[in-house]
Design a protein around this ligand. Structure first.
Ligand code: GTP
Ligand code: MG
Length: 213
């Protein structure tokens, strides 16, 4: 798929304020600094679309970008950012949870994992949460340009093994790099194939009521 347009739509922090969920949507989730915003810029070919930073904790709201006037990419705050206050961390986590639970137009979550390290408890717990919520997801290994292919494969095998402890079927793992554009075609091809599966919701079912999982 060729990205012809990528436009910033909104930066909000609560479900009723997000754009009407009438087109397919794909969210990028992961620990702070894993490379979510950079990956969105790489996919859209626009380096200044989503704001990035060397410091974790850059993205603090839920940001919608409209692609090709027909679907959304969503950039989220990171989880597990230890240097922020407990109350801010809890606020971001609640925001992410409310978004995941209530966003009916969400077609797939891309769960970003740093390819340079072994599986982190917070990543595995996010994968489990997505499973409990019944949200399809794909794992994206980020920053692959920073490690050798041998270590990358080792980490991929370890990650797969950790997932196998909880899952019958391990979700797809795509290796990416925002520096070299590795993974771009595979991700865009996946989105292109998934878009036609979108089912528009009736007006009154746009938002699911919040609840506990
Ligand atoms: P938060 O918004 O704080 O949660 O972070 P984020 O996940 O959006 O990360 P961001 O895209 O801001 O990137 C964090 C840092 O990692 C920046 O300094 C990026 O330049 C760097 N980075 C991201 N992706 C890559 C990559 O694929 N390769 C390399 N070498 N650096 C990357
Ligand atoms: Mg970000």
């Amino acid at each position: 798929m060729i990205i012809k347009s990528a436009v910033f739509i909104s930066s909000e922090v609560s479900l009723p304020k997000y754009p009407r969920p009438v087109i397919p949507e794909y969210a990028f989730i992961g620990r702070s600094n894993v490379g979510k915003s950079s990956l969105i810029n790489m996919l859209t070919g626009n380096k200044s679309l989503a704001r990035t930073s060397e410091e974790p904790g850059k993205t603090r709201t839920i940001n919608h970008y409209m692609i090709n006037e027909s679907w959304y990419i969503v950039d989220l705050p990171g989880y597990g950012f230890a240097r922020t206050s407990k109350s801010t961390r809890e606020k971001w986590e609640a925001m992410i949870h409310q978004y995941l639970q209530g966003r009916l137009s969400l077609m797939n979550v891309f769960l970003l994992v740093d390819s340079r390290i072994t599986p982190q408890a917070s990543d595995l717990s996010m994968a489990n949460k997505l499973g409990l919520l019944g949200i399809p997801f794909t794992i994206l290994f980020t920053k692959s340009d920073k490690i050798s292919s041998t270590i990358l494969e080792k980490h991929r095998a370890i990650f797969r093994k950790s997932m196998e402890e909880h899952w019958e079927e391990v979700p797809r793992i795509i290796v990416t790099s925002s520096k070299t554009s590795t993974g771009k075609e595979e991700i865009l091809k996946f989105i292109e194939k998934t878009n036609p599966l979108f089912k528009p919701q009736a007006q009154d079912t746009y938002y699911k009521k919040p609840g506990k999982i």
